[in-house]
Design a protein around this ligand. Structure first.
Ligand code: ADP
Ligand code: MG
Length: 299
């Protein structure tokens, strides 16, 4: 759905985006993860037509005129810095959105306002930080976008609110293939939400992966043998990390489940657990060569 090629953005000679490439498929929940200052907000602002890139090209739905009225109608952006008209109630904000977005749906608005427990007569700008976030999601989801862009949306939400909101977002993804781009400085925050992750560092996307691919292709093995660990086993497996706890060996291994199982079978291990890794573990190994600092900052 979105393809960015060699995107460059500079501010007074400072390079914020440095030949960045990004690919987001339709219906994906794409997590853009990177430390503060990596360029996430800058990239999002280019994508939503707020900034103009200094170089490179962007395509949305095969079109390069992505800031056209047509594309804007189908895109909703919740910025990290929310704004509501100072005197407007939630209901008045809703009628403003309804004027702007043709696909606005009153039913969704009513349903979500009640689900989130919001009093729509209250002034939006006077609500608590968490409630303002809820209002932003309420307005965004009622506008029925094809692309929902969220810049650090999890800050300020308590865990229950976060789960409620993300459930509704994921339902929309499932029901009508809405695409979501969601940024965070913390990989852990996105663990249970995303199906694709782009890791951003110094104005570039340094790793971009579909989690199904990644998770399916790296495993944790717990093995124990009746005698010594067979010496040639290690030559057969692509081991990224190993540890030993008494007679149990723990390996992080590249490869899919069936291949690993077949390779182990002849050795008849007493214990043989082949487990998937968490998103966090996957990226610790994927980021192996990429510097300790980045790892520590985003995980
Ligand atoms: P992130 O959202 O990943 O924390 P940003 O995209 O906000 O990062 O910023 C990336 C870099 O670009 C930072 O060094 C920031 O100071 C700089 N930057 C962002 N916007 C501007 C601007 N309008 N003017 C000057 N520098 C900017
Ligand atoms: Mg930011």
């Amino acid at each position: 759905m979105i393809k960015g090629r060699d995107i460059i953005k500079t501010f007074d000679g400072f390079t914020a985006l440095d030949n960045l490439n990004i690919n987001i498929e339709k219906g994906a929940v794409y997590g853009l993860v990177g430390p503060n200052g990596a360029g996430k907000t800058t990239l999002i602002k280019i994508l939503t037509g707020i900034y103009k890139p200094d170089g490179g090209s962007f395509e949305i739905d095969g079109r390069q005129d992505f800031i056209s009225e047509d594309i804007k109608q189908k895109t909703v952006y919740i910025s990290d810095d929310l704004y509501f008209y100072p005197t407007f109630s939630v209901k008045q904000m809703a009628s403003f959105y309804k004027d702007v977005y043709k696909a606005w749906d009153d039913e969704t608005f009513k349903r979500l306002a009640s689900l989130f427990g919001l009093d729509i007569k209250r002034r939006a700008s006077k609500l608590s930080k968490g409630m303002k976030k809820q209002v932003a999601f309420l307005l965004a989801l009622s506008s029925k976008p094809d692309l929902l862009v969220l810049d650090e949306p999890i800050d300020g939400l308590d865990p229950v609110m976060r789960r409620n909101i993300m459930n509704v977002v994921l339902q929309e993804v499932e029901k009508r293939q809405m695409t979501v781009l969601i940024s965070s400085h913390n990989l852990r925050e996105l663990e249970d939400i995303c199906d694709h992750v782009g890791i951003m560092h110094d104005g570039k996307i340094v790793i971009e992966k579909s989690l199904d691919d990644v998770k399916g292709n790296i495993h944790k093995l717990q093995l124990a043998f009746s005698g010594d660990t067979p010496t040639d086993l290690k030559d057969k497996l692509e081991i990224l990390k190993e540890e030993k706890f008494g007679s149990v060996c723990l390996y992080i291994v590249r490869g899919n489940y069936d291949d690993i199982k077949d390779k182990l079978a002849p050795y008849k291990p007493l214990i043989c657990d082949i487990l998937p890794l968490s998103l966090e573990e996957v990226f610790i190994y994927e980021l192996g060569g990429m510097g300790y600092e980045l790892k520590n900052e985003i995980i």
